[in-house]
Structures are given as structure tokens and as C-alpha cells.
Design a binder for this molecule. Sequence first.
Ligand code: ZN
Ligand code: ZN
Length: 219
Amino acid sequence: MTSDMSQIKHHLSDELLMGYAAGTLPEAFNLVVATHISICDECRARLGAYEAVGGAVLEDVGTTDMSSTLSDVFDIIDAGGTEFRAEPAAPKSDIFPDALRDYIGGDLDSVKWRSVGMGVKQAILPTSRSASARLLYIPGGAQMPDHGHRGTELTLVLQGAFKDEDDRFARGDIEIATEADHHTPVAEEGEPCICLAATDAPLKFDGMIARIAQKFARI
Ligand code: ZN
Ligand code: ZN
């Protein structure tokens, strides 16, 4: 599954990479970041630079001014981050990148799906309560209920693709939705779309039926 890696168009934000490097993200967000990084060379290199910033900041506290440290790091990023580039991951036959497979302790066939209606299935993953993580299985052509967000929602595509009002997201792509965003994701025709999604606040649904379904699905 390395052939599609260079096709990734939607990457992690600086904010998420810094939070991950600093260890300040909720566990569910860490899982999404780690999963993206395990298939995205570009974000892995960017993370290396942020980890270097963190180390340099700790070493330099009280001794030098931070701007020189930061400019060194940005030079490294500009140079392509080659000093930090990790070896490409070995090809795997399943759709779960290493970080996710390690977390779940197995591949797709070990996931315990629960139906949430209209052919959509989910599996809530065990994480700390400050944010929730789930796997979503959306049949080709199926539409998710139109919704807004009370916090941040991260959606990482593992198989297939979906489109919403903003763009198209395929394997490896991550959509970062915030309180300002309202969208209606639709899975592309063809193979089911499987995503890893994390939210730090409940989604906002407009219709009464969708709100009732939300209760049961714990979205
Ligand atoms: Zn990336
Ligand atoms: Zn959303």
C-alpha cells in the first residue's frame, strides 16, 4: 500500500503537528495524527522538525533567544526536512497503517462493526474521554447526514473516497473541520469508504431524526 502515498493532498495542520510533538493532544487526536504520519512521508518530516524545535526550546531556555533556534528549524524545513526523513514504511496488504493496526491489535477483519443505519457502520475505539475516535464504514454512494461541529473533527480516509462541499478526500487525506464548517460528506460510488474519525465535541445535527440517531450512535 505504498503506491498511493504520493497522492495525499490534504495534510495535518501545523497546530496538530505541534500539539502532537508537545504531547498536548487528546488520545483520539494522537491516534489520527500517528496514523496519518505512518503513511505520509511529508508530515513525518514536518513532525521531525517540530520535535527538534521542542528539544531545542528546552535546551535553550534562559540561554539564547528563541528566534535563532526557530530560524534554524525553518531552514531545515525549507531544505525539505531531509535530516529528519524516516525510512518509508514496508508495504502492507491491509488498509490499516501501522499506527492504527498496532492500536487495534489487528487488521480490518478484527473490527467489531455496529450498524448505525442506512448501511453505515461504525466501531468506537477505546480512548480517553476528552475526545472520541471511531472507524466509519460508508457504502459507496451513501450520504452522511448534513452536520455542523461544536469542536474539531478530524477525518482520515483509509479506503475509498468521499466528497463534501469543500473538496474530495481519498486514502491518506485528512479533513479538518471546525466550528466554522458545516458539511454533507458523500462517499464516492464504488468500494466502501472507510475512515478513522475523531471529535472533541459532539457534532451538530439539524433534523430531529438525525438527533435521535446521534444519541444511539454517540457521534
Ligand atoms: Zn501528510
Ligand atoms: Zn463533519
